[in-house]
Design a binder for this molecule. Structure first.
Ligand code: PLP
Length: 401
């Protein structure tokens, strides 16, 4: 049987990570995956998470199945964290998932169960997994413009393209800190999007993977909450991988906002059915940790403070990079980077420039130009700026062969 298996496409990001690992240059820099690293290059376990884990280990008495919706305390805590403590939670439901990816997949399946073949619009460029997840769930994918040629959010292009999205379509929007570009729309553009959705009848599907790492937790969640307040239906995929540092614990949540509590009556069962056919139920550990942190006022405050410190560190590194690039004579490119937010920045190098940067300096970002700013130790910023400047230099004849 296996001889019939066609050669599958390799995962481009993990391939680059393997190439980095095999690079013998000690000064090499891995900025491929979206992972926060501290100044020593380590992805730390957050102190509030560690404390919750110790508490859970001391109390643990059973690892019995929890049910298809996962950890109920976690689901409640996620609803108020994402939607706030107002009345929105009364017309919303949440189901724990296998991280943000699981939430995207389960919500895509909910859309398919509602209307097979539904068209889902994703940004161009998009998070590398959006298209495969949606197509894997049997949905049709179309794209809308996201970035203008200067590296900023292209509000005009996006509104023009999304004016073509019709009733019954779904529009996937990254709630903040867009992956891969780091370019987010202004709040006014978000409000225009809400107006367009209300007029044309499409449903926003918000992907929240980096809330807390852009402008702060509440500021990053503001567009999502505004959409949920103004529109009858919103789907929200929530990841706890980055803002709780729970990458390998695969912790996330599918949130559905409906026009009323009654309108949601079949939603949880539909999501459970989707989960049952994929993985039955999600792992509990990360969800139990998040619930423990969010339900305890002191731990919640400690987590928020640590998340703020991570965000400030990323912002400071980006500002430093912008300053160094400017000093090297690349003010125009630096200005575009300055407007970007969150873990990622899109470099104006193109695939060849990214390859040049890899070859000349051992700096690894994605082929399309994305680098993980949150992965650069502060003292390596001058090296990164120099690497970008070197990659911007015209290739030598030897390099073009
Ligand atoms: N959505 C976006 C935009 C992402 O960048 C990621 C991860 O990088 C995810 C979702 C999924 O995150 P995870 O499944 O690790 O929680």
């Amino acid at each position: 049987m296996l001889e019939l298996l066609p050669v599958p496409p390799a995962d481009p990001l993990w391939d680059l990570t393997a190439e980095y690992a095999a690079d013998p240059r000690p000064e090499r820099l891995d900025l491929v995956l979206g992972v926060y690293r501290d100044h020593t290059g380590v992805t730390p376990v957050m102190a509030a998470v560690k404390e919750a884990e110790i508490r859970l280990a001391e109390r643990s008495g059973s690892k019995e199945y929890l049910g298809l919706s996962g950890n109920a305390a976690f689901n409640r805590a996620m609803l108020t964290t994402v939607l706030g403590t107002g009345t929105l939670t009364e017309r919303a439901t949440a189901v724990q998932t296998v991280a943000g990816t699981g939430a995207l997949r389960l919500l895509a399946d909910l859309v398919r169960q509602t209307r097979p073949g539904t068209t889902v619009w994703i940004s161009d460029p998009a998070y590398v997994n959006h298209r495969p997840i949606l197509e894997g769930a049997g949905l049709t994918v179309r794209t809308y413009r996201w970035l203008d040629p200067t590296g900023r959010s292209d509000a005009t292009g996006m509104m023009e393209d999304l004016a073509l999205a019709g009733a019954g379509d779904v529009v996937l929007l990254q709630g903040c800190c867009h992956n891969p570009t780091g370019a987010d729309p202004s709040f006014e553009t978000w409000e225009e999007l809400a107006g367009l959705a209300a007029t044309n009848g499409w449903v926003p599907f918000v992907d929240l993977a980096y809330h807390g790492l852009g402008d702060g937790l509440d500021a990053d969640l503001r567009p999502t909450r505004m959409l949920a307040e103004r529109l009858p239906e919103v789907l929200i995929a929530v990841s706890c991988s980055k803002n709780f540092g729970l990458y390998s614990d695969r912790t996330g949540c599918a949130v559905v906002v409906g026009s009323s509590a009654r309108a949601l009556r079949h939603v949880e069962t539909a999501l459970q059915n989707a989960a049952r056919t994929l993985y039955s139920m999600p792992p509990d550990h990360g969800a139990a940790v998040v619930a423990t942190v969010l339900e305890d006022e002191r731990l919640r405050a400690a987590w928020r403070a640590e998340l703020d410190a991570m965000r400030q560190r990323i912002t400071a590194d980006r500002e430093d990079l912008v300053a160094h690039l400017g000093a090297l004579g690349h003010e125009r490119q630096a200005r575009a980077l300055a407007a970007q937010k969150g873990m990622f920045s899109m470099l104006p190098l193109g695939p060849e420039g990214m390859l040049r940067m890899r070859r000349r300096s051992g700096i690894y970002g994605t082929t399309a130009g994305r680098i993980n700013i949150a992965g650069v130790p502060a003292h390596r910023i001058p090296f990164l700026a120099q690497g970008i400047a070197d990659a911007l230099r015209t290739p030598s004849a030897a390099e073009t062969v």
